[in-house]
Design a protein around this ligand. Sequence first.
Ligand code: CO
Ligand code: CO
Ligand code: CO
Length: 319
Amino acid sequence: MRLIPSACDARLLVGPNTLDDAAVYLLREGLALVQTVDFFTPVVDDPYSFGTIAVANALSDVYAMGGTPLTALNIVAFPSRQLSLEILVEILKGGAAKAEEAGVCIVGGHTIDDPEPKYGLAVTGLVDPQRVVTNSGAKAGCLLVLTKPLGIGIITTAIKRRLASAQLIAEVTRVMAALNRGAAEAMLEVGVDACTDVTGFGLLGHLWELTRASGVGARVYLNKVPVMGEAWGLVREGVVPGGTRANHQFLQEGVIWEDISPEEQLLLCDAQTSGGLLIAVPPEKSGQLLQGLRREEALAVAVIGEITSDDPPHIRVKR
Ligand code: CO
Ligand code: CO
Ligand code: CO
């Protein structure tokens, strides 16, 4: 976030100035700390599921940097006089189960009383400083790979408006609660040029940050982008979160739309919660990466476009 004063310690390898997912701090040669924090209000009604999603989301920024999360602290806001404490217990149980799946130890936390429930983690992990994957290394010719389908923001908005079927709720919960750990392992095995996870700024918003940080352009092919099918009908009915519209507005200057309808544009800008990894991989390594992602059972294994040398840098979206 740009409001943070810039840090000046030479051991800070990745700090707040680069729009990256997490901070990286050198401990000693060959070993660096990764730190990040994320928390938010419920995106699904079931408290246990909300806990699993919040933890998968908070860990994702460590995976996106090529790190291994080790410990975490719960961050909780809860209206203890209005809601039953059993709900809070369920949220924390879901969070604990997801952390255990990830091999992460929740070592404590802090709770405040607040009218609106919120949950997330402050996460600490380790990374080899030589293998940190930032958003600034993408080069012209790299292929862009996405590891989860889009439509999360639109579908969770449908949940809030009571428009989502039980089946759709289960599907989007499964997508959000899936860890990006396996995808990150596949990425590290191969060695890629850049990565970010796709969250609140949507696919094109995070791609825009990646292209800006790397000094390159990009091309995206709409028909290659994986989308949860139900999202198409919902976006046509105007079920679109405010964050998605704000992303779309923000991106008008940097994106060239070639024959892409307004609804299709909104879907590509849809604000995701706990979305997948967006990876820039040199073409000669892409086959190995796709193979690794399939082995790790990534929810999507899709080449959605490529990095270009367009000057000035922009994103071109084709069908
Ligand atoms: Co991120
Ligand atoms: Co984050
Ligand atoms: Co405390």
